[in-house]
Design a protein around this ligand. Structure first.
Ligand SMILES: Nc1nc2c(ncn2[C@@H]2O[C@H](COP(=O)(O)OP(=O)(O)O)[C@@H](O)[C@H]2O)c(=O)[nH]1
Ligand SMILES: [Mg+2]
Ligand SMILES: [Zn+2]
Length: 344
């Protein structure tokens, strides 16, 4: 399933059918909805009631999923490619770390693309590459303007399976895909944020075929991906820490790898302050949940001022901006500006 709209979806065929269509416009069988079966982009589905002449059909069943990326929801992901600009917008290590954490949580290989390399000197680009290598990644510097790095990127995205491009808005994801395949004609320069919210930006994910068997998702702009719910699960989402943990064990089985003696992470590492900061956010959220949220009368609905709003995902709740800032002093301005936009 390559694209999902309100009441129907596009399904790309595995084998060509008797008609001219390689994709069919499908409805979902009500039986699926009744069984509580959701369907998301990337799902492998079985079709019924196909009308080859008009290119229509219905989704009758959804196959088991692997490698689910939570936000944006994409199933059967083969790899996640996190794109971050070297300038315009300036890289924000905390925001980048949040993207990397979300990508790692898919359980699939994570690649890093450093975009807009044309805006920095070769020496500065190399310094960022070195830094990212220290985080456990092998970054590919690229520029949609000069064409630098486009062939390595094409090879990466032409591997079989589904690749998801994610990263902050404005880093050049759509531009890069357009360079790789001008036929895509993806919208470039769409600004996201409070004012433009929902006006121009694509709110849904769509998969494009870049090479036979290689599908790529360009994701819409949302700028602050979520953190995992369980503090213990955070460590393995940092490859540099994961690597140390694979070589040695901590003294205590439930170690959170902060500053305890006998911890494998007690030697300083670059992203340690970011790791600690994320840990604090997760713990603060857990405490609030334990404290109970009694203002909510119905499940799935929350009160905001005098309005009731659907509760999209309980994990989206964050500590208040002020308490977070006071606690850590680490909050970035970009993070703050996108606070609400990221809930859309
Ligand atoms: N200097 C420079 N600007 C770029 C590059 N790629 C894209 N841009 C600009 O960055 C802005 C955002 O690009 P877009 O592809 O929409 O980013 P997206 O939100 O990540 O999809 C546009 O104004 C592009 O012209 C690049 O390689 N170098
Ligand atoms: Mg875009
Ligand atoms: Zn430890």
């Amino acid at each position: 399933m390559v694209a999902l709209q309100a009441n129907y979806c596009w399904v790309e065929l595995e084998r060509p059918g008797p008609g001219e269509h390689s994709r069919l416009l499908c409805t979902r069988r009500t039986r699926l909805a009744k069984a509580g079966q959701t369907i998301c982009v990337g799902d492998r589905v079985r079709l019924a009631g196909i009308d080859w002449a008009s290119g229509r059909g219905a989704v009758a069943a959804v196959e088991e999923r692997n490698g689910l990326l939570s936000r944006p929801a994409v199933a059967n992901v083969s790899r996640v490619v996190v794109v971050v600009a070297l300038a315009e917008p300036e890289p924000d290590p905390l925001q980048l770390t949040r993207f990397l954490i979300t990508a790692e949580a898919s359980g699939r290989p994570v690649e890093v693309v450093l975009s807009k390399a044309d805006l920095l000197s070769p020496g500065e680009v190399e310094a960022w590459c070195l830094r990212l290598r220290g985080w456990g990644y092998g970054p590919v510097p690229v520029s949609g303007h000069t064409g630098q790095g486009l062939e390595p990127l094409r090879r990466l995205l032409s591997r079989p399976g589904i690749s998801v491009l994610c990263g902050p808005s404005g880093v050049g994801k759509s531009s890069l895909l357009n360079r790789l395949d001008p036929d895509l004609a993806l919208r470039v320069g769409a600004v996201s944020g409070r004012l433009q919210r929902g006006r121009h930006t694509t709110r849904h994910v769509e998969l494009f075929a870049l090479a036979p068997g290689a599908l790529v998702a360009d994701t819409p702009g949302f700028n602050r991906p979520e953190l995992p719910e369980d503090p213990v699960s955070l460590a393995v989402l940092f490859p540099e820490l994961r690597q140390r943990l694979s070589q040695a064990r901590c003294r205590f089985g439930d170690c959170l790898h902060q500053d305890e003696p006998g911890c494998v992470a007690s030697e300083p590492w670059e992203r340690q302050p970011l790791y600690n900061h994320c840990l604090e956010l997760i713990q603060a959220r857990l405490e609030r949940q334990r404290g109970g949220d009694n203002r909510c009368e119905q499940p799935g609905v929350r009160r905001r001022g005098d309005r009731l709003e659907p509760r999209i995902d309980p994990r989206l709740r964050q500590p208040s901006r002020r308490s977070r800032r006071q606690q850590t002093g680490l909050e970035s301005t970009r993070d703050r500006a996108d606070d609400d936009a990221s809930l859309a």
